[in-house]
Write a protein that binds this ligand. Sequence first.
Ligand code: ADP
Ligand code: MG
Length: 311
Amino acid sequence: MIEFNQVSKVFAGKEAVRNLTLHIEKGSFTVLIGTSGSGKSTTLKMINRLVEHDSGEIRFAGEAIERMDARALRRRIGYAIQSIGLFPHWNVAKNIATVPALLGWPKAKINQRVEELLALLNLDTQLASRFPHQLSGGQQQRVGVARALAADPELLLMDEPFGALDPVNRQALQQEMLRIQKLSGRTVVLVTHDIDEALTLADQLVLMDGGEIVQQGRPVELLTQPANAFARDFFGRSELGVRLLALGRAGSAARRGEWLEGEPIAATLTLREALSQFIARRTDKLPVIDQQQQPLGVLHFSDLLRQRETN
Ligand code: ADP
Ligand code: MG
């Protein structure tokens, strides 16, 4: 879907991104993570040409982006940012419909799409006629995401899109984003400096430092096989255990063929959440049910200790 080959970008004599080579698969959820100033936003903005690269080549769906019309390119790519960037004197519906309107969709189709997106992002239909300043920060960020999704773009770029949210809303929107991405098979590239957010969302994780890629791969690879001391320190030795648990699911770790009476936990729970349940309930075994609410097996506390190999 996207290929960076030896791409560099210089701002005022200083390299913001250096010799970047990165391939992003269609349908993947790629997260760029790194400290502030490591070149994440610049990398993202070069994809939709909000920033033009200086050297190397960037291809989108096989085509070199510098040979494409920048506005046509941007209409194929959704873009959501932390500062949200909603138009203040347009109501929610009009904000969401920005790109479909530019593309000349008929009014009925636009209205239908706005309703769909409000439902998808758990926004009350009554909000459609409100203005951005009449919404909470969390609602505004949902509208920002809805707007980015509106024209059903092939690619979604998100730069710290949940940054303004409190932890509860943030987790809810992360889960919705995962659901939307799995449902639609859309390609997403998301920038964050939040390690837990990255581990929750990524199937490909790209760690950046000083404008360069330090390591890329599946989250579990970066946690268990850090390429160097920077990668090891970045993910933090002390929290490594619980972070690994966050990558596993109760359903895959549960022992099949066993059952136990008592309040069951869902197979989709992460093992980190299951750990909280073990502690809260002062038990070392938990029954696990599948998505059809049927018994799946029993999760043993000791199973949490073997996650490193099974992930
Ligand atoms: P990140 O998103 O990882 O925090 P950025 O990509 O925004 O990092 O920035 C990378 C480097 O490039 C930083 O040193 C930043 O100051 C610099 N930079 C980014 N955008 C500009 C710009 N428009 N003009 C000058 N310098 C910039
Ligand atoms: Mg940034």
